[in-house]
Design a protein around this ligand. Structure first.
Ligand code: GLN
Length: 198
């Protein structure tokens, strides 16, 4: 499986390291030819408005949207979750998102209370162990469509969601050294989705 990390802005290196720990050697995606090579894509944490804008400048915006609608597995963390959402509240005027995941997120939702925080949360992948979740000016999910599975919540706000081959967390698992979330994306989301289209 060839996995790409969208490498326009944000914590790209950290996602690459987390994927390496899952035996994946990802490629950095900055141009259309690199996107064409990958089967699955990670949208890193960073600044969603900047990533959206740069994706247009680099000629990737329409291509990523098209790949998402064709079923490419995508994992978005934090800014990446915003970019995957169908609707964004408190978006910057004219903010470009890819969409595809049937959720409404509110940008900087936790950040209005505290800029960042960490918490040990339950993640519904069948393991009883908690996941250390780092939230940095994080969005939360305000609304989920009928096909969206909620995998983790904080204060009754969903912070990890999945629908078919799209998966998103409002926290940053790439910053903790616990690679369970990336492993979940590779083994439970991307691999089964790609097996199906073979
Ligand atoms: N607040 C940022 C945004 O709107 C996301 C923060 C993050 O990725 N840590 O894009």
């Amino acid at each position: 499986m060839k996995v790409g990390v969208l490498a326009l802005q944000g914590d790209v290196r950290e996602h690459i390291k987390a994927l390496n720990a899952c035996n994946i050697n990802p490629i950095e995606v900055r141009r259309p030819s690199e996107l064409a090579e990958v089967d699955a894509l990670v949208l890193p944490g960073g600044e969603s408005t900047t990533i959206g804008q740069l994706s247009e400048i680099f000629g990737l915006y329409d291509l990523i949207k098209a790949r998402i609608s064709q079923g490419m597995p995508v994992y978005g963390s934090c800014a990446g979750m915003i970019l995957l959402a169908n609707e964004v509240l408190d978006a910057k005027v004219g903010q470009k998102i890819f969409g595809g995941l049937d959720i409404t997120v509110r940008r900087n939702a936790f950040g209005r209370q505290v800029d960042s925080f960490e918490s040990d949360i339950d993640f519904a992948d069948g393991s009883a162990a908690k996941v250390r979740a780092v939230f940095i000016r994080a969005p939360w999910v305000e609304k989920t469509g009928p096909d969206v599975q909620i995998l983790a919540s904080v204060e009754s706000h969903p912070v990890a969601v999945r629908s078919k081959s799209l998966f998103a967390t409002s926290f940053h698992p790439e910053l903790t050294g616990d690679h369970r979330i990336h492993r979940y994306f590779i083994e439970e989301v991307a691999r089964p989705a790609l097996e199906k289209v073979k």
